[in-house]
Design a protein around this ligand. Structure first.
Ligand code: FMN
Length: 669
């Protein structure tokens, strides 16, 4: 079914079993207590799942290159020794693993940060120290030493991270490299640093060791590389000894989304295709490739020789094995949300996965076969109930899943209505498959009372939430709608709208109501026009003027809290939503008191100032209440029950928390 994907790749001295590379992800275990043991379990599971080649998260080649103080580095034999746990575990499963060398350069979050020139990054609070010629020589040696140590630790290769705006990129781009010595000025001088690194790494490790170079093929920043320069560097890196060239897209400081869920699947693969034929080493393409179908299509279409899948490997360690078995419908698909992976990384927490809470927690959250088969009733087929039901059934319990609605999914059915959030459809498909595969008895259109579940050993209440109606005079005025009326009910909405509450749902509703209908999230060409990326790659960095459709209506997004609107959104995606709404002319106002709603519109007070927003429609996104009727009835009848998901904590709709809690409960039943 996937002939290209499953074709081995001969590298001369070794052969990879297929065309899937697990993209590098720094997951936080690198610095955690018992981290190596946990990483061993994490990577071994992916090796067992058949991935062709694993690349670890970035590890610094020296002290200054670390992401922050205490960040992982590979500089001594003692450090190399610790990695043996990881390499041995992967090799026991028949896998291959390369270590990524990543020097943070001016993006480092400590005071000893360095760069080719002393220019502060727009996303950093610190000014870097300019490297001297001797420092540069030493840094290159540090890369070579780290590569030698990686080989000693049992790795099959290294990946030299040359993209996303880190040190190597900072040398390459004239924007960040103002040097006048042999490391700056002409392009030949600016690319000397990466080329020397590859050359000396190759010298250090010998011929029979994989050296991947992650080449920044599209910088997405003003003053970034041109396509000609990218091709020139690709050729030079190959000549210097790289075995494989991987693709890097966008610097961290770029203001164009590169991996969020709203990025169409495989949107950036055209970039890698531009290098096909220019070099003779295998090329890897990347970003938002989350199904084996798409991967196969890309390989068959000559976009690359291999595909990188990073987050999809968090979502499902068996991505390749399931493809090879001809059961892609069994894959837990990455939805590109970043909520438990990149958001965690950037806030110092250990990575996991919204749809697979076991990711990076393989030794902590274990679903072992049960010794005592119980009859388990799960009430509510939203994310918490679904996760609990399928995991309990997987363990061998006899599970019945009830829902009053005629379809599974709960609030996921609401989320998937928001443009750019259609990936939730895959989560529902996956859960449907799991319910079936593990023989869960699903009873829809069923209103559960304590009698319904009288005969079960365990009752899990996952009855979700109902929207909260705030106490505002006039809240029952006909111009007031709830978010469900808008997202699910298709209620007519006027030209001027006030959205009350600027949490995740408020933002979703504001985006839904101002969507200009260009369907940018569905089609790469439209997407790049929308965000301002030039697919003909005429300008350095690949930027163009954005072209967005006009919004169909005027929206005010209001919140009571005095903090910045959108402050509670995801760390790595909040800016995307704020940028989008700004472009659509949405006014975002914090510190609002809602005085009343009447025929004139919405009366508000901000600070000392009272005004009337003359709006036709007011949409309430003012939180939700837990639905605990069944739970209260069970408790009143002296029954014990477990409460999970929104029915437990309703504060903000949170599928990540719901799925994790459901899975953890199932592990303990
Ligand atoms: N890329 C690197 O080159 N080095 C890293 O250390 C690294 N850490 C990452 C950590 C997390 C949690 C995530 C989600 C991504 C990271 N990336 C890193 C980027 C990925 O390699 C990849 O380019 C990106 O996730 C897009 O691919 P995907 O859609 O297959 O996930």
């Amino acid at each position: 079914r996937y002939p290209h994907l499953l074709t081995p790749l001969d590298l001369g001295f070794t052969t990879l079993p297929n065309r899937v590379l697990m993209g590098s992800m720094h997951v936080g275990l690198e610095e955690a207590e018992r981290g190596f043991e946990r990483m061993a379990a994490f990577y071994a599971a992916r090796a067992r799942g058949g991935v062709g080649l694993i690349v670890t998260g970035g590890i610094a080649p020296n002290e200054e290159g670390r992401p922050y103080e205490g960040g992982a580095k590979l500089t001594t034999e003692a450090e190399a020794e610790q990695h043996r746990t990881v390499t041995e575990a992967v090799h026991r499963e028949g896998g291959r693993i390369a270590l990524q060398l990543l020097h943070f350069g001016r993006y480092a979050y400590h005071r000893d940060l360095v760069a080719p020139s002393p220019l502060q990054a727009p996303i950093s609070p610190f000014v870097p120290r300019e490297l001297t010629d001797a420092d540069i020589e030493r840094t290159i040696e540090d890369y070579a030493r780290a590569a030698r140590l990686a080989r000693q630790a049992g790795y099959d290769g290294v990946e030299i991270m040359g993209s996303e705006g880190y040190l190597i990129n900072e040398f390459i781009a004239a924007q960040t490299n103002r040097r006048t010595d042999r490391w700056g000025g002409s392009y030949e001088n600016r690319m000397r640093f990466p080329v020397e690194i590859v050359r000396r790494v190759r010298e250090a490790v010998g011929e029979d060791f994989i050296v991947i170079y992650r080449l920044s093929m599209l910088d997405l920043v003003p003053g970034g590389s041109s396509l000609d320069e990218v091709i020139t560097l690709g050729k030079a890196v190959e000549a210097a000894g790289a075995t494989i060239i991987n693709t890097g897209i966008g610097w961290h400081e770029a203001r164009i989304p590169t991996i969020a869920t709203s990025v169409p699947r495989g949107a950036y693969t055209w970039v890698t295709k531009k290098l096909m034929g220019e070099v003779s080493v295998p090329l890897v393409t990347t970003n938002r490739i989350n199904t084996p179908e798409l991967a196969e299509e890309l390989l068959a279409g000559g976009y690359a020789d291999m595909v990188s899948v990073a987050r999809p490997m968090l979502a499902d360690p068996d991505f390749v094995a399931k493809a090879a078995a001809g059961t892609p419908e069994a894959i837990n698909t990455c939805i590109g949300c970043n909520q438990a992976c990149l958001d965690h990384t950037f806030s110092g927490r250990i990575t996991s996965c919204l749809v697979n809470p076991r990711a990076c927690h393989e030794t902590e959250l274990v679903l072992s076969p049960t010794r005592l088969k119980k009859r388990v009733a799960v009430v509510g087929a939203g994310p918490a109930g679904l996760a609990c039901a399928v995991s309990a059934a997987e363990r061998g319990h006899a599970v019945t899943l009830f829902d009053a609605a005629s379809e599974i999914g709960g609030q996921l059915n609401v989320a998937r209505k928001v443009p750019g959030k259609q990936e939730f459809d895959e989560t529902l498909r996956y859960f449907r498959h799991q319910l079936d595969a593990h023989g869960v008895d699903v009873r829809l259109d069923t209103w559960v009372t304590p009698e319904t579940v009288a005969d079960y050993d365990e009752v899990v209440v996952a009855t979700g939430v109902t929207p909260r109606t705030p106490d505002i005079p006039g809240v029952d005025h006909p111009r007031v709608l709830g978010y469900l009326d808008v997202l699910q009910g298709g209620a007519p909405v006027g030209d001027r709208v006030a959205v009350l509450g600027a949490g995740g749902i408020g933002f979703d509703v504001a985006e839904f109501l101002t969507d200009g209908g260009d369907k940018a999230h569905e089609d790469p060409e439209t997407y790049f026009r929308h965000w301002g990326v030039d697919m003909s790659y005429q300008e350095p960095g690949g930027l163009a003027a954005p072209q967005r459709p006009a919004p169909p209506r005027q929206v005010h997004l209001l919140q009571r809290k005095t903090t910045k609107v959108g402050a509670g959104l995801g760390k790595t995606t909040g800016w995307i939503h704020r940028t989008e709404l700004k472009h659509r002319g949405v006014t975002m106002v914090p510190g609002v008191r809602y005085d009343r709603i009447d025929d004139a519109g919405l009366h508000i007070t901000v600070g000392e100032e009272s005004t009337v927003l003359e709006v036709d429609t007011v949409v309430l996104c003012t939180g939700q209440e837990p639905r605990r009727d069944l739970y209260d009835e069970l408790v009143a009848a002296g029954r014990s029950a477990h409460l999970i998901g929104g029915a437990d904590v309703a504060a903000e709709l949170d599928a990540k928390r719901a799925i994790k809690q459901g899975t953890e409960l199932a592990a303990a039943l």
